[in-house]
Ligand binder design. Structure first.
Ligand code: DOR
Ligand code: ZN
Length: 329
């Protein structure tokens, strides 16, 4: 429910890796320039569809949040393939410079989104101290949830137990959780040797946060959905000073989740987390796809190459305990 497939050559390399194993994905709009009008979105969808080839995969397209007029929003709503609008506070993450400085300022846009049933997907971080950014943003979520009670607000890639608590308070809030926030803490990123491939926004937090997120996912909490936030960057943009934020997890996402759920004796909850919850929350009609996972080794490549691109996945060079062994369309 949260995927970056980029554009151009990188898009051609990474899109098939998600399209092979997922029935659909919410495609993020933080290109340069951002996808911020219906025409640009339709063109981007065309490019994504070209990149994914003949796979049974539904790209759910998003617009980058700005002030939109009512007509534009109505047009977006009527456009096949349109899913929702992604809000970034200006400058908080990769390609978010065109984001907003005040989340609640665009009142008429939010009001019309509420009226039309257009979901608002939010990157909820402030510019504060890096470990506190998500928590500092919670009052903004609270204000959105209260002011627009029928607006579906998704707290994207939550990384703290505080976010889980807020989620339970408002019916119109839901959240995505990434694989990496279920597995990692800040120690994995900077506690030993610095690992740029695990650097992302929001940064992985404390063990207590990881445990709370894991308990929500494993327990089948109905308000949380898997969103990988797989965010590929070229190897040279990760292994350098000024490392780009983003973890490329798409190729390992399902096997690694299966391994994690199996380790905790919760395999029967995996379907809810990766599919059923999202379909129920959003009333999504995505064509079915059956993916067969088994406890057989998956050797994760050191990197994925193609179209002049080279990108390092999460768990590069590792052997995972689970793999995808079959698919039925
Ligand atoms: O780590 C991240 N990478 N977090 C985001 O919010 C954006 C993403 C990206 O686009 O690379
Ligand atoms: Zn993202």
């Amino acid at each position: 429910m949260h995927l970056h497939v980029r554009d151009g050559e990188m898009m051609r390399l990474v899109t098939p890796l998600s399209a092979a194993y997922f029935a659909g994905a919410v495609v993020m709009p933080n290109l340069v320039p951002p996808v911020a009008d219906v025409e640009a979105m339709k063109k981007y969808e065309g490019r994504v569809r070209e990149a994914m080839g003949k796979q049974n995969f539904l790209p759910l397209m998003t617009l980058f949040f700005r002030e939109y007029g009512e007509e534009e929003l109505r047009r977006a709503k009527e456009t096949p393939g349109f899913f929702g609008i992604k809000l970034y506070p200006a400058g908080v993450t990769t390609n978010s410079d065109a984001g907003v400085s005040d989340v609640l300022a665009a009142e008429s846009t939010l009001r019309v989104m509420e009226e039309l049933g257009i979901p608002l997907l939010v990157h909820g971080e402030t510019h504060g101290f890096v470990l506190d950014r998500e928590e500092e943003f919670l009052p903004a979520y609270r204000a959105l949830a209260e002011k627009y009670p029928r607006l579906r607000v998704c707290m994207e890639h939550i990384s703290t137990s505080a976010s889980l608590k807020l989620l339970e308070e408002y019916e119109n809030l839901c959240a995505t959780i990434t694989l990496h926030h279920l597995l990692l803490t800040l120690d994995d990123v900077v506690g030993g040797k610095l690992n740029p491939h695990l650097f992302c926004k929001p940064i992985a937090k404390r063990e207590a946060d990881r445990e709370a997120l894991l308990a929500a996912a494993l327990g089948g909490s109905e308000k949380v959905m898997f969103g990988s936030d797989s965010a590929p960057h070229p190897q040279e943009a990760k292994e350098c000073c000024g490392c780009a934020a983003g973890i490329f997890s798409a190729p390992v996402a399902l096997p690694r989740l299966a391994q994690l759920f199996a380790q905790h004796g919760a395999l029967e909850k995996l379907q809810a987390f990766v599919s059923d919850n999202a379909r129920r929350i959003y009333g999504l009609k995505v064509p079915g796809k059956v993916v067969v996972l088994r406890d057989e080794v998956m050797a994760v490549p050191e990197c994925y190459r193609g179209y002049g691109q080279k990108v390092v996945p999460m768990d590069a060079g590792e052997n995972l305990g689970w793999s995808v062994v079959g698919r039925e369309e």
